[in-house]
Design a protein around this ligand. Structure first.
Ligand SMILES: *[C@@H]1O[C@H](CO)[C@@H](O)[C@H](O)[C@H]1NC(C)=O
Ligand SMILES: *[C@@H]1O[C@H](CO)[C@@H](O)[C@H](O)[C@H]1NC(C)=O
Ligand SMILES: *[C@@H]1O[C@H](CO)[C@@H](O)[C@H](O)[C@H]1NC(C)=O
Ligand SMILES: *[C@@H]1O[C@H](CO)[C@@H](O)[C@H](O)[C@H]1NC(C)=O
Ligand SMILES: *[C@@H]1O[C@H](CO)[C@@H](O)[C@H](O)[C@H]1NC(C)=O
Ligand SMILES: *[C@@H]1O[C@H](CO)[C@@H](O)[C@H](O)[C@H]1NC(C)=O
Ligand SMILES: *[C@@H]1O[C@H](CO)[C@@H](O)[C@H](O)[C@H]1NC(C)=O
Ligand SMILES: *[C@@H]1O[C@H](CO)[C@@H](O)[C@H](O)[C@H]1NC(C)=O
Length: 383
């Protein structure tokens, strides 16, 4: 069994021989390879820092987070910074779903709906540290029945983060141990490819470009960002068009629909696209780039959908890290503005458990013996 105590016994034996890397004084584990260095903490299996080189060879920390690792567990805002929400990421309509004629109710923590599974979701807990090497780290998580209130059955999960030349790979595995239950997770990283260092920029994400060549369909959503069930084709140059060519994220800001595009008071994007089913297996489904740093990031994934959120709800009160910005001594303020980042979340279709007409139930409901496997990789380069 993948998750048995054998795994820990085996990794202990390995570490005795190879001296597995230890965390630093702040609890961060570091893995690295040519062109990339990544740091993680066990709380929510969080990526705290991700360093890649810009077009001038300068190392940039391109993800959001805090300098103080002790702050993540007590942060009242809890933006799910670079963590793993589960067991069912994003929204569950009306906090209700039905499996084999039994109806379950999850906690409504996002208006009339459930977001990221409600209380005691995976991103609010410490994961166990499994095997650690210089290039990879595994975290494991046991989620008992109803710990995530309303969710039936226990789940064992693991995530393995690894790096190779210019590449960050993520593998998430999960198994339902006793009954059928929804499983749908994501890795919820917030990017800012200029690392808030552009001296002439205004720190918003609008000048980053996004290309999603296979994302020609989008879930129509209501005012609470919940899919209505309709999956619409995205016309070329429409507000949701990132398939026809790379578009700056702010390209449609002059469009009258832009202001409330992601629900009341939410401008920009907080939506869910579907990739073409017939895309090549190892296709790059999204490329995020910034002309200033020249950094570009290519996403490959085994997931059929993607959620894009352009940080509308950022309240401007969080600061970026000391590893970011133009240099601490000079920095008059370090605040991340509204629209100051982008979260890119590979996953299956949002609320698919409540839309049998989409045909996603086999990819979102898992019983004993079924294996859930999520994989994504980011490859970094320069323009
Ligand atoms: C880090 O955060 C913790 C939790 O909020 C706090 O107790 C501690 O004082 C902080 N440390 C620093 C250096 O700010
Ligand atoms: C919505 O959820 C409530 C419980 O919170 C339940 O009583 C009601 O039947 C649900 N409505 C629908 C349409 O599923
Ligand atoms: C669900 O209920 C329907 C209608 O009563 C019944 O035909 C079906 O067998 C039930 N399914 C399960 C899995 O219990
Ligand atoms: C996740 O769990 C925590 C702790 O129980 C809870 O405070 C939070 O509201 C939950 N949901 C989300 C979306 O963060
Ligand atoms: C799940 O937990 C909630 C909150 O603790 C409790 O009210 C409910 O009765 C529990 N449900 C089951 C099936 O154990
Ligand atoms: C952002 O992009 C626009 C349009 O391409 C350009 O006019 C502007 O100068 C850019 N701003 C920065 C700070 O790079
Ligand atoms: C920041 O720059 C972007 C891109 O040039 C622009 O669309 C936006 O209006 C600017 N925002 C502010 C507050 O200046
Ligand atoms: C600080 O500001 C001065 C004056 O603008 C500039 O010459 C210097 O390069 C800056 N230092 C850093 C670390 O950004």
């Amino acid at each position: 069994m993948r998750y048995s105590s054998c795994l820990f016994a085996a990794s202990a034996a390995v570490s005795a021989v190879y001296a597995a890397p230890e965390p630093d004084a702040d609890g961060r584990y570091t893995i690295e390879a040519e062109g990339i260095r990544a740091q993680f903490i066990p709380y929510a299996a969080t990526l705290t820092n991700l360093y890649v080189k810009d077009k001038n060879g300068v190392e940039r920390d391109i993800v959001l987070g805090y300098d103080n690792t002790s702050f993540y567990p007590v942060d009242p805002g809890h933006p799910v910074y670079n963590a793993i929400p589960g067991r069912y990421a994003n929204r569950i309509g009306n906090g209700t779903f039905t499996i084999d004629n039994t109806t379950y109710h999850t906690v409504k923590n996002d208006g009339p709906n459930t977001l990221h599974s409600g209380p005691n979701n995976w991103s609010f807990n410490f994961w166990k540290v499994g095997k650690v090497t210089k290039k990879s780290i595994t975290f494991t998580y046991h989620d008992p029945a109803n710990r995530t209130v309303g969710m039936p059955g226990a789940i064992d999960a693991s995530v393995t983060y690894s790096v190779s030349k210019n590449k960050w790979n993520i593998e998430i595995d999960a198994a339902s141990l006793d009954v059928k239950t929804p499983i749908q997770v994501t890795q919820h990283t917030y990017f800012q490819l200029d690392a808030f260092s552009n001296p002439n920029g205004n720190r918003t994400i609008w000048n980053h470009t996004l290309h999603m060549p296979y994302a020609k369909r989008v879930m129509v959503a209501d005012a609470n960002a919940l899919p209505t069930g309709e999956i619409a084709k995205v016309p070329e140059n429409a507000i949701d068009d990132f398939w026809s060519k790379p578009h700056q994220l702010g390209f449609a800001s002059g469009n009258s629909n832009f202001e409330n595009h992601c629900g009341g008071g939410c401008h920009g994007y907080n939506g869910n696209w579907a990739h073409d089913d017939d895309r090549p297996r190892d296709a790059v489904v999204a490329t995020l780039a910034s002309a200033w740093s020249g950094i570009k990031a290519d996403l490959r994934t085994n997931q059929d959908g993607i959620v894009i959120y352009t940080c509308n709800w950022n309240d401007g009160k969080s600061e970026f890290k000391d590893t970011q910005g133009t240099g601490k001594a000079n920095q008059t303020d370090k605040f991340i503005p509204r629209d100051g980042c982008i979260a890119i979340e590979s996953q299956d279709y949002v609320d698919g458990i409540n839309h049998p007409e989409w045909g996603r139930l086999k990819k979102q409901i898992f019983g004993p013996g079924d294996k859930y496997h999520w994989q994504s990789s980011w490859t970094f380069g320069t323009l």
